[in-house]
Design a protein around this ligand. Structure first.
Ligand code: ATP
Length: 469
């Protein structure tokens, strides 16, 4: 917890670019917006789809020991009693005593400590009791952001409740899922029976989750509705060392972020949860943190949860969730390691990591890894009123679209078109000019260096295959 900022980009820059170029919009803006809610525009949607596809390929499709799942947002309400969410999925809430605006006590304290590093460098605020939080608020004389006194802290349950059908009695009450993981646990037996899968194996799922978050701000970092990509990796603790599996999953997470998404290692770090911070059933928890413009924050959590979840569901459902070892006939509840990521936080990280201002050339470049960029290529006819140039450019454009995501731009001058593509991260721009009509070559311009070279159209596919690998 420090206030030094490695990323020079500010959240305001990211928010403005995201809105201007159609990555992310405020939800229901025409009605004045909706707290903690954002919509994804044409380019943001492309990035979200890419992240999910890359995650799915990396963690599910290419592995023999992983299976996919798509469970419902609405589950049997008993699920959330068994999981502990109904009782303890709470955030510590404080209220401004004058204007009654609500805040998360732990985050107000964290913000105070960020601004006053001399107080204490590494206080871990997570999982402190309401009275411990009140004590810190008193000790540091923390006020609301409007400068008013704060109420006492109380637990606020962040599960969203709704009801099924016309009757709104207790029986029809359901919850919008607060995490995707519980659908994996409640399907454990069906997955086992229908796939004859042997331990160790994992189940992964991507989907929407909902939390009635108190805190506002920080853009898409913390929203009411968001997407998670969660894995439960089941194993026999007598056969597999949890420490080895845990380390292996940590490496997989690190590789995905650095190698697949291309994030800079210096903006990433592991933070181990303290004993106090960790849930009582967890033997080990780490957060993979990214250095966002507002500080080091959790991107992706990994926890060893023992057999807590399956045991709880077995007890509440009264159905055996035990695994029978086909060789030894040993009957037991498997243990799990849970890597749980937020897709929207991965997207925010991509935007922050890619953002570069190039003052000498007066341009903003989103230096996404070529494969990740919303468009891999843009195709321009040098002039828009010369039919032979436009026809040739359209032909190249249509050909490339069979394989890549390609933007078309014929507005303004070439220099402006380059700047416009730099700002959305398009790695290559191809210009069709008079020389193209003579010898079937194009100018290819590189986003990062702004250098140009001449290339035969027949060589393009091979060239791009290597460049976009
Ligand atoms: P935080 O401490 O930031 O509230 P958490 O520890 O409660 O997060 P988990 O329950 O571990 O989060 O959820 C797994 C992942 O889901 C997180 O690492 C994060 O990427 C994502 N996530 C959780 N809550 C939100 C939210 N409100 N908005 C966006 N992403 C979220």
């Amino acid at each position: 917890m420090t206030n030094e900022t490695k990323n020079s980009v500010s959240l305001e820059n990211i928010t403005a670019l995201a809105k201007r170029r159609g990555f992310i919009y405020q939800t229901s803006e025409i009605y004045g917006g909706l707290a903690n809610s954002y919509d994804y525009g044409p380019l943001g949607t492309e990035l979200l789809l890419k992240i999910k596809e890359l995650w799915w390929n990396f963690f599910i499709r290419r592995r023999d020991d992983m299976l996919g799942l798509d469970s419902q947002i609405l589950l049997h309400p008993e699920t959330w009693v068994a999981s502990g969410h109904v009782d303890s999925f709470t955030d510590p809430l404080v209220e401004d005593q004058l204007n009654h605006k609500r805040y998360r006590a732990d985050l107000l304290i964290e913000e105070y400590l960020n601004k006053h590093p001399e107080e204490q460098k590494e206080i871990i605020i997570a999982n402190l009791s309401t009275s411990e939080l009140d004590e810190l608020i008193g000790k540091y004389q923390i006020k609301s952001p409007d400068g008013n006194p704060l109420s006492k802290t109380q637990d606020f349950n962040i599960l969203f409740e709704t009801a099924i059908g016309a009757v709104t009695d207790k029986k029809s009450q359901v919850y919008l899922r607060g995490e995707t993981a519980q659908g994996i646990f409640s399907n454990f037996k069906q997955i086992l029976n229908s796939n004859r899968q042997k331990l160790p194996f994992g189940v992964g799922q991507i989907g929407k989750s909902f939390r009635n978050e108190i805190t506002t701000g920080q853009f898409i970092f913390r929203t009411l509705e968001f997407e998670q990509a969660e894995i439960e990796y089941f194993f026999d603790p007598d056969t597999n060392s949890w420490e080895d599996l845990f380390r292996d999953w940590q490496n997989q997470m690190w590789d995905f972020v650095t190698k697949v998404l291309g994030i800079k290692e210096e903006n990433l770090r592991w933070r181990r949860h303290t004993d106090k911070e960790r849930s009582h059933y967890s033997k080990e928890t780490y957060d993979l943190e990214y250095h966002y413009p507002f500080g080091w924050k959790e991107l992706w959590g990994i926890a060893y949860r023992g057999d807590y979840d399956l045991r709880q569901h077995q007890e509440f459902s009264k159905k055996s969730l035990e695994y029978i070892d086909p060789q030894t006939n040993k009957k037991f509840l498997p243990h799990v390691i849970e890597p749980a990521a937020g897709i929207n936080r991965l997207l925010l990280m991509l935007l922050c990591d890619a953002y570069q201002e190039d003052p000498s050339k007066e341009r903003i470049v989103m230096a996404f890894k070529a494969k990740i960029a919303p468009y891999q290529l843009a195709v321009f006819p040098l002039l828009k009123n010369k039919n032979e140039l436009v026809d040739k450019a359209k032909q190249v454009y249509e050909d490339l679209r069979q394989t890549y995501q390609v933007a078309w731009d014929d507005r303004g001058n070439i220099g402006k078109r380059y700047l416009s593509q730099d700002e959305i991260g398009t790695p290559f721009c191809l210009t069709i000019d008079f020389e193209t009509l003579e010898n079937d070559t194009v100018t290819i311009r590189h986003r990062d260096s702004a250098k140009q070279e001449r290339l035969a159209i027949s060589e393009l596919n091979n060239y791009l295959k290597t460049a976009l690998a």
